[in-house]
Design a protein around this ligand. Structure first.
Ligand code: DI6
Ligand code: FE
Length: 401
């Protein structure tokens, strides 16, 4: 495709807030120039300068911002199908973790893998997300639990953006689990904090995350990680209130976190604190479903407090082996009662905010031309079907791919 193009015969869900639902424009046109959106609006209003561009007629299809998966653990090797079988026989996720399975088994496999194997394995998962219209993916470390492997994971995450037309935001999650042979504080002192300094020096870190949970790190320990992140001028986010209420969400808010993620056990007070801090609530229905959680995240409290909700896959080999952002949207609606409009905002406009990105997630002049073109009549269809992919084309930085 040329550097500039005009898309016509489209209905556009701009996802710009405040106007029509989904920011929907019927019979619209989008002008793209130099990788950015130059103009969007009703086709009849399109200025002459854009009408002269090479025209791409899309046959009445739906255009949305390209999707954003703002919470994944896709750099890892191996699988945990055996644990799936054990959970079906009654073992819980926490029991398996405490017995040395869970995250620890993926850590062993990931430590052994070469960067080449790790990248090839991650790309199979990246390709699945791209095939559903994703253009930006967050990738966490956290299956190394030693400095060398955490850095190896982050380097591989950066390589993804060279190997595929996708944007990657990296998150340092060395505080994901406590390795067998150490106590939590020693691990922070010897691995998490010095590893963070090294990863930052190598330009590998866009944000810092931790797992605040009984089987992982206490709020006090997480605060130590966040203090160091703040000293390095890095934004933070947190796996909070997933299996119990430990105070992670309010801690995240206190540190002005980009997001707090999971949140099944969060309270209305947490929602108020998050709203004040501008912290996004990331809904991860794949983990809720996989672990057969029954406690719902307080969705209405988030709405009432004005906390925007993102939706992500949490793609990981243990609690959410989920390769579909469209399915995450469907589950967010059916399991958590989000509206289809909230679910789509959650994988576009709000997901961008959860990553601290201001240049994508909506279709507006000046933003990146990352678009998804769907064989669909309207945007509610994207969350409505189960396991159906209506993607027609993906536009990444103005280029069809
Ligand atoms: N919460 C999760 O859902 C994942 N990590 C976390 O802190 C699970 C990671 C795994 O089980 O491998
Ligand atoms: Fe996670």
């Amino acid at each position: 495709m040329a550097d500039a193009a005009l898309f016509t015969q489209i209905n556009v869900a701009t996802m710009a807030p405040g106007g029509a639902p989904y920011g929907l424009i019927h019979d619209a046109a989008i002008a793209v120039q130099d990788g950015r959106i130059a103009w969007v609006g009703p086709r009849a209003d399109c200025p002459a300068e854009w009408r002269a561009l090479p025209m791409h007629s899309m046959g009445g299809r739906l255009v949305t911002p390209a999707l954003i998966d703002c919470h994944t653990h896709i750099v890892h090797v191996g699988h945990r199908a055996r644990e799936f079988e054990m959970r079906l026989q009654g073992a819980t996720y926490e029991e398996l973790a405490r017995a040395g399975g869970g995250i620890a088994s993926t850590v062993a496999a990931t430590r052994d893998a070469t960067p080449e194997v790790l990248l090839a394995s991650a790309l199979t998962r990246v390709d699945a997300l791209l095939s559903e219209g994703a253009a930006t993916i967050e990738v966490k470390s956290g299956y190394g639990l030693d400095i060398g492997t955490e850095l190896k994971m982050l380097r591989v995450a950066r390589q993804i953006a060279q190997a595929r037309p996708v944007r990657v935001r990296t998150t340092y999650l060395a505080a994901h689990a406590v390795p067998k042979d150490m106590d939590g504080d020693t691990y922070l002192d010897q691995v998490v904090l010095p590893g963070l300094d090294l990863a930052v020096a190598e330009g590998l870190v866009d944000a810092v995350d931790a797992f605040c949970e009984g089987i992982a790190f206490s709020p006090g320990q997480v605060a130590r990680v966040f203090e160091r992140a703040k000293a390095l001028n890095l934004p933070v986010k947190l796996h909070a209130e997933q299996l119990s209420h430990l105070g992670g969400a309010s801690l995240a808010a206190r540190f002005g976190a980009l997001s707090a993620d999971h949140l099944e056990y969060a309270t209305p007070e947490d929602a108020v604190a998050m709203a004040r801090a501008g912290t996004i609530a990331v809904m991860l229905p794949g983990a809720f479903y996989t672990l057969r959680e029954t406690r719902m995240p307080p969705v209405q409290a988030f709405r009432d407090a004005g906390v925007p909700m993102a939706v992500a896959t949490d793609w990981n080999p243990g609690s959410s082996p989920m390769g579909s952002l469209l399915l995450a949207m469907n589950m967010a609606c059916t399991l958590f009662r989000l509206t289809p409009e909230e679910a789509l905002a959650g994988t576009t406009r709000v997901a961008a905010r959860a990553l601290g990105l201001a240049d994508c997630g909506m279709i507006q002049p000046g933003l990146r031309a990352d678009l998804a073109i769907w064989s669909a009549d309207g945007p509610a269809e994207l969350a409505y079907r189960i396991g159906v992919n209506p993607l027609f084309k993906r536009i990444f930085g103005g280029t069809e791919c």
